[in-house]
Ligand binder design. Structure first.
Ligand code: HEC
Ligand code: HEC
Ligand code: HEC
Length: 151
């Protein structure tokens, strides 16, 4: 009786250890790399105090809402200046403002969206109309409306 109890306790313990460490070895097994969006761009490297438009947390969870808000302000109300809570002023523009600092769309936006499984939902949708500045030819206009990019 005692011996059997011991066995069951051991099995129970083993099962517990396996379950408790499941996230660790499961992730290792799948070898999923972290999204790791890169903040290394010339403009960001040159910033003394590295910060985005809103706090990092607000940007991670809310950048799509901010972009939606900007779009409404520009398209519906013709406003183009955004004043951040800290008083800093920004151009409400996906192309000229976000990509002024995040000039590495592939290593920043795309890397994160691919990781989140969003590539098809977000990028092609915005960038059928909007142009990533680094992808435009020097001297070319910023927006080529209606033209699909050749990627
Ligand atoms: C069908 C074409 C089209 C698509 C798709 C599109 N936009 Fe736009 N967007 C426009 C046009 C046209 C304007 C007005 C440009 C202007 O007046 O400067 C605009 C303006 C904006 C603006 C403000 C001005 C600027 O230069 O950025 C933002 C922000 C914006 N769009 C974000 C987005 C986001 C985010 C997506 C994807 C979720 C998106 N748009 C998809 C056509 C499009
Ligand atoms: C003035 C330069 C600048 C502009 C303009 C800017 N960013 Fe940022 N962004 C940064 C910096 C610097 C960080 C890192 C902030 C930190 O570590 O606190 C960042 C962080 C972020 C993050 C979080 C990334 C992470 O580490 O997980 C997102 C998402 C983001 N930005 C999106 C945007 C979008 C979308 C726009 C345009 C609406 C934009 N940014 C405009 C400089 C900028
Ligand atoms: C830290 C990771 C991360 C970074 C960096 C990031 N995004 Fe996102 N983005 C997400 C996630 C996650 C979602 C989906 C959120 C949801 O569905 O609620 C998203 C959604 C969006 C959407 C809404 C898509 C839709 O179809 O509604 C837009 C637009 C967008 N991102 C633009 C950008 C741009 C532009 C950049 C680079 C300047 C960027 N994001 C950088 C994680 C990121």
């Amino acid at each position: 009786m005692k011996i059997y109890d011991g066995k069951y306790i051991l099995i129970g313990l083993l099962a517990f250890v396996v379950l408790a460490t499941f996230p660790i070895w499961y992730d290792h097994g799948k070898a999923v790399p972290p999204a790791n969006p890169s903040l290394n761009t010339p403009v960001i490297d040159a910033m003394a105090h590295k910060h985005c438009i809103l706090s990092k947390e607000q940007m991670i969870t809310g950048h799509m809402l901010l972009l939606n808000q900007w779009r409404t302000e520009v398209v519906r109300y013709g406003k183009r200046l955004y004043v951040a809570p800290g008083g800093e002023k920004y151009q409400m523009s996906l192309e000229t403002e976000c990509f002024r600092c995040h000039s590495n769309k592939a290593e920043f936006c795309d890397r994160c969206h691919n990781y989140a499984g969003l590539a098809k939902a977000s990028d092609p949708y915005c960038f059928t109309c909007h142009v990533v500045p680094s992808e435009t030819k020097p001297g070319a206009g910023a927006v080529a409306m209606g033209q699909k990019e050749n990627k």
